[in-house]
Design a protein around this ligand. Structure first.
Ligand SMILES: Cc1cc2nc3c(=O)[nH]c(=O)nc-3n(C[C@H](O)[C@H](O)[C@H](O)COP(=O)(O)O)c2cc1C
Length: 179
């Protein structure tokens, strides 16, 4: 597989994740760095992908820890894994924008509104999961946009695994790496 085709396939799969609910890249792991330099991980849903700019977006609650952390340190990492094709993608990203999605919030179905309107902020200790109250008039629905700085692709296959690295710095030309 040529480097050009590998990058094209990455973009195709990320686009596919937006349109297909069962696509393995729909859910991915986002790592950010806490104030005391420890990594934090969580699963998120891919909401937007701009293949030309290589920007990706997620939705979240403005009060979540990830927002707090990304405001202090914009560096993050994304991990995508396709268990049937045995492909791993690791993106080094920078948080570039947090957008208040006021009008988009109104269009959300009620169950989704719950994800961004708890009265107490996410992570607050409670006695029972049924104890959470919601206030739809006060939402914390945000979109975070990330810029990809570079990415590493790994496909496990016999006889030769394929590992490649692409970066904005070298205009996404890419290079193969020893797996
Ligand atoms: C399947 C799945 C999908 C999730 N999608 C999102 C998401 O798109 N955005 C989000 O903020 N949290 C999402 N979460 C919850 C996060 O993993 C995390 O628990 C939450 O955002 C709090 O993270 P933080 O305290 O590190 O900010 C998802 C969790 C699961 C299990």
């Amino acid at each position: 597989m040529t480097l050009e085709n590998i990058l094209l396939d990455c973009k195709k799969q990320l686009n596919g994740a937006l349109n297909h609910k069962k696509h393995p890249f729909r859910y991915f792991t986002l790592a950010s760095i806490s104030e005391n330099d420890t990594p934090n991980l969580r699963t998120v849903v891919l909401r937007e992908f701009n293949a030309n700019k290589f920007q990706l977006s997620i939705f979240t609650d403005a009060r979540s820890k990830k927002v707090e952390e990304l405001k202090l340190n914009q560096n993050g990492k994304f991990l995508f894994y396709d268990s049937s094709r045995l492909i791993q993608l690791i993106l080094n990203v920078k948080m570039i924008k947090i957008i208040d999605l006021k009008n988009d919030f109104k269009a959300l179905p009620d169950p989704s509104k719950k994800d961004y309107t708890s009265v107490l902020k996410p992570g607050t200790k409670i006695k029972s999961p049924d104890e959470v109250n919601y206030d739809y008039s006060n939402d914390y629905f945000r979109k975070i946009i990330f810029q990809t700085i570079n990415l590493e692709y790994l496909k496990l296959k016999r006889p030769n695994h394929i590992r490649a690295f692409f970066s904005a710095e070298d205009k996404w030309k890419g290079t193969y790496l020893v797996p």
